[in-house]
Write a protein that binds this ligand. Structure first.
Ligand code: ATP
Ligand code: MG
Length: 275
């Protein structure tokens, strides 16, 4: 059945002109940003550019401002929605390590991957990161997930007046207080959220208002996942090592025990090397 919609019936000529003007205005305003992407050699495929643009048309975002971080797998862009800043994480379809991604998705009982094209895996990856972030931000200090569109994830911006918050590795803080707070977040995430961050370190913890904010839940898994325990042990090793160097009396075994109430299983510990 073919449905013919006459948009001129739905919208008056005046409305149509207004929509057209709004889109032209958007294109003009964003032209500079997309030009900047090109000169900075940020190559996005056409579909990603269309999705970025559609987020503006759909009024999920008002404008893109600039690149915050450009990594191998993803680019993080600063954007604005009204008077609020947003962080937009865009996965590079061409260079993502989709074999590792697929390993993490497959053990997650929330996902059943039918198709396994590179694109389908990356979309499922973003869907997983979106849900992880949603769950985490309800119980610990982490940015709220807002919208996802294929390989793009929009979340709250962590920073001060548009300046991104620094990483824990680059600042000096009250190490005792931060260790305690990060440990509490790990305990809550595991016991209330029933999840493991999976890539926790001083690189994925930002500092805002003298409080830790945990980011990058891309590798997070639910505790039923076969890799959950080795990932938790690795998180404990990273955090205990970092804070030991800052003079805190800790080690990964005691941290693990405080989180789970159990001692580390040697088989799980041996698996850390295979991650
Ligand atoms: N919500 C946010 N608000 C402000 N800055 C952010 C936000 N999310 C990410 N960033 C910045 O972008 C960087 C990369 O983000 P993230 O860790 O999620 O991606 P990644 O794929 O691990 O990148 P990389 O491999 O470069 O670490 C962060 O270290 C941080 O500086
Ligand atoms: Mg990271």
């Amino acid at each position: 059945m073919v449905i013919n919609i006459d948009f001129e019936d739905l919208l008056s000529k005046k409305d149509l002109k207004k929509v057209d003007e709004e889109i032209q205005e958007l294109i003009e305003r964003e032209r500079k940003f997309f030009e900047e992407l090109k000169t900075a050699n940020e190559i996005f495929d056409k579909r990603t550019l269309m999705n970025l643009f559609n987020l503006l048309v759909g009024k999920h975002l008002t404008e893109y401002i600039g690149v915050i971080n450009s990594g191998k797998e993803a680019v993080v862009i600063k954007a604005r929605k009204g008077k609020f800043y947003r962080a937009v994480k865009v996965y590079r379809v061409a260079t993502c390590d989709f074999k590792t991604m697929s390993k993490y998705i497959q053990g997650d009982p929330r996902f059943h991957l039918k198709k396994s094209s590179r694109r389908a895996i990356i979309h499922a990856w973003v869907e997983k990161e979106f849900r992880n972030l949603k769950r985490a931000s309800e119980i610990i200090n982490a940015p709220k997930a807002r919208v996802r569109r294929e390989n793009i994830l929009v979340m709250d911006f962590v920073g001060y007046r548009g300046e991104p918050a620094p990483r824990l590795k680059d600042v000096n803080v009250d190490w005792n207080k931060f260790y305690k707070e990060i440990k509490d977040s790990m305990i809550k995430l595991y016991n209330e959220g029933e999840m493991v961050h999976g890539d926790l370190s001083e690189y994925n913890i930002l500092v805002k208002n003298d409080e830790p904010v945990i980011i990058d839940f891309s590798q997070s898994v639910v505790i039923q996942h076969p890799l959950a325990e080795p990932l938790l042990i690795r998180d404990c090793i990273n955090i205990a090592n970092f804070f030991s160097k800052k003079g805190i009396n800790t080690n990964y075994k005691s941290l693990y025990k405080e989180i789970t109430g159990r001692d580390i299983n040697p088989v799980d510990e041996a698996m850390v090397k295979c991650l």
